[in-house]
Ligand binder design. Structure first.
Ligand SMILES: [Fe+2]
Length: 653
């Protein structure tokens, strides 16, 4: 006991906390912990699943000098990355300086703090903006948000620290309000919930220091963002949602008396000028995501009415960013800048469209700074669905197939609610190997569209499942076996006993979508295998290795060609089942193999690949050929497959 008391006293004197520990960049496999002290020390974070077994990581330390911050003291900022972590898991962390815990402002050692990593399933997040002025309203809303149950993360739509985004203002108008540990104040959200921020214009009004407080005080996801723009914009995944934070600032839109010295040109300005990355990055980032929900947040308001309605940044957004959100069918966008709550109708091409289409823009700018009037009204057509000049925050509940957006007024009343439940939409059904519309019985095919499945899923065993959570696929009402599902693509198998015109239907919890398909007798198409050395046709040597220019086929050897689309088989098998091995099932169609311009060869075997569903295999002996590349085709019932290139060894090899 005596030792413990001594230990505590030592710790209390070890370092003076200037910023309480806060979480950044939490993902399914990692988290970053940051804090600051007035004295330099050796920082580390220990973390644990059960508070019994601990792992410790060293923190990076960075000194912030008065000349860089405008503060009268030097502070030391610590940053530690906790990785690898497990998804959807509770962890405890405790910050240490010189190996000991540190005390908060009341002299109490900060005890281990619990947080949870990202993972699958429903989750809730809070969103607000235009908050950082240390007003009564800001503090009231902060206290309300801290009482919100089951929250995973917080999105801030910018203008975090009025008036000039200084270090002092980030401390007094942001960290001290959402990250304060004093029981007499609100509590502390920032220690257990990651804040994902976006820069407002006021963040940019920082004086001419060498450090930009908005960037210096935070750690955001950096993956895929060019180094020159790191932290200005970023994206991350949480469950089945893909979040994107954009920097929507346009330097040209600022009043002449405002400082703007942290960056000569904003990411948006450079992108518009053609020498910046953000718009290209956004296009690629959204194209690369298979998440059901895509939620884009930024500061300036493209469609809301109010004091900033004529801000050139809003027009720049409409001209350059909104078309990208349109193209990628982003269902939900959130911004601030107008100090009010406003919800747009779903918008596409600047016009209101039907529910379930387009993008809903939520303006949440009532986080604490003085409110603005709602007029002039929305700028482009009649796109306003709801508007109220009110202090508020947002609670967003993300379910697999539905998202509910709620606006909570400062008096606790829910003033607006919107549920997004996008219906599935099938755009095309194509051969899984050739990506052409040619389909045939028993074959593998791919469905492309949007909102097809809430989550990515992969069949784990045979026979293949015919359903994934909340969704299924039928052909003329017959449930199809599924290999892979996602929001944008499904890979499935067709039945062996259906031909001709048919109706393909994808059904989810939100509705259904159908397209007509035509199933021919055969539709042969050879698969392509992707390897580190490049893409090669799925042709194997007898030992299972891939035929390639570095391992060419030899005259006389039997190679195994993998394809789909050879149609019906001799014998009974149900789609979705593993094909038998002894004996394997042969196809009914006549199959020939054409290598080079030579005559057509009869294969040794043409049938279902044993152990797989929907995969066909043709075994053929390589005829005498000159060394080099030869075109290979499979002909089934007179119908030719896609041509692929077969590497053949010269006689001396
Ligand atoms: Fe603003």
């Amino acid at each position: 006991m005596a030792l413990a008391v001594f230990y505590t006293l030592t710790l209390a004197q070890a370092a003076t906390l200037s910023r309480y520990p806060y979480l950044q960049n939490v993902a399914s496999d990692q988290a970053t912990v940051m804090w600051a002290t007035l004295e330099s020390g050796s920082g580390s974070v220990r973390y644990s699943l059960d508070q019994k077994t601990w792992r410790t990581v060293t923190a990076r330390i960075r000194a912030f000098l008065p000349a860089q911050t405008g503060l009268v003291f030097t502070f030391y900022q610590y940053e530690a990355d906790l990785s690898p972590l497990s998804p959807a898991t509770d962890y405890y962390y405790q910050v240490l300086v010189d190996g000991a815990g540190i005390a908060d402002g009341t002299g109490t050692i900060i005890q281990p703090i619990r947080f949870r990593t990202a993972g699958p399933g429903p989750f809730n997040y809070l969103a607000f903006g235009d908050s950082g002025i240390n007003s009564t309203e800001q503090r009231t809303l902060a206290a309300m948000m801290m009482r919100e149950p089951n929250v995973s993360l917080v999105v801030h739509t910018g203008d975090i620290a009025y008036l000039h985004g200084t270090f002092q203002e980030f401390q007094s108008n942001h960290s001290d309000i959402y990250g304060n540990s004093s029981p007499s104040l609100n509590g502390n959200m920032m220690r257990s919930l990651p804040f994902f921020l976006t820069p407002g214009n006021h963040e940019y009004y920082t004086p001419d220091w060498t450090l930009f407080p908005y960037l210096s005080l935070h750690s955001f996801p950096k993956e895929g963002v060019p180094a020159a723009d790191a932290n200005y914009y970023y994206s991350f995944d949480w469950s089945n949602a893909h979040f994107v934070s954009l920097d929507a600032n346009l330097k040209e839109s600022f009043e002449p008396n405002e400082q703007w010295k942290v960056r000569a040109v904003t990411p948006l300005t450079s992108a518009i000028n053609g020498d910046g990355y953000m718009l290209k990055w956004l296009e690629q980032d959204l194209a690369g995501s298979r998440k059901f929900w895509r939620i884009v947040f930024f500061h300036q308001s493209p469609y809301a009415g109010g004091n900033n309605a004529s801000d050139p940044a809003g027009k720049a957004f409409r001209d350059y960013i909104a078309p990208i959100l349109d193209r990628h069918e982003v269902p939900l966008a959130m911004n601030g800048h107008e100090h009010s709550y406003q919800r747009s109708k779903p918008i596409r091409n600047h016009l209101a469209v039907a529910a379930g289409e387009g993008t809903v823009y939520i303006t949440t700018g009532g986080g604490g700074y003085a409110l603005y009037p709602l007029t002039p009204p929305s700028l482009v057509g009649d796109v306003s669905a709801y508007a109220e000049k009110v202090f508020h925050y947002m609670r967003v509940e993300v379910q697999p197939y539905q998202t509910t957006v709620r606006a909570i007024r400062i008096d606790g009343k829910e003033i607006d609610r919107l549920t997004l439940a996008p219906k599935p939409r099938v755009d095309a059904a194509v051969n899984a190997a050739s990506f052409t519309p040619a389909l045939s019985p028993g074959s593998l095919f791919s469905i492309f569209g949007r909102y097809l499945a809430a989550d990515e899923g992969q069949a784990q065993s045979l026979p293949l499942p015919t359903q994934f959570p909340g969704m299924g696929v039928t052909l003329n009402g017959y449930p199809l076996p599924l290999l892979y599902v996602s929001s944008t693509q499904i890979n499935a198998q067709l039945p062996f006993d259906m031909k001709g015109a048919a109706t393909l239907r994808v059904t989810t919890s939100n509705g259904l979508s159908e397209i007509p398909v035509n199933i021919a007798d055969v539709a042969p198409a050879i698969f392509v295998a992707s390897t580190d050395q490049g893409q090669f046709p799925a042709v194997l040597h007898a030992d299972g290795t891939l035929v390639s220019p570095s391992a060419p086929a030899k005259t006389g050897e039997v190679v195994l060609i993998f394809l789909t689309g050879l149609g019906q088989v001799n014998g009974q098998i149900t789609c979705g089942q593993a094909a038998p091995a002894s004996p394997p099932l042969t196809v009914t169609a006549q199959v020939q193999v054409e290598i080079g311009s030579g005559s057509r060869l009869s294969p040794e075997f043409a049938g279902l690949a044993p152990g797989f569903a929907g995969l066909y295999q043709v075994n053929v002996q390589v005829p005498p050929l000159a060394g080099g590349n030869h075109t290979l085709r499979i002909i089934a019932a007179g119908s030719s497959s896609n041509p692929v290139t077969l590497a053949v060894a010269s006689a001396s090899q």
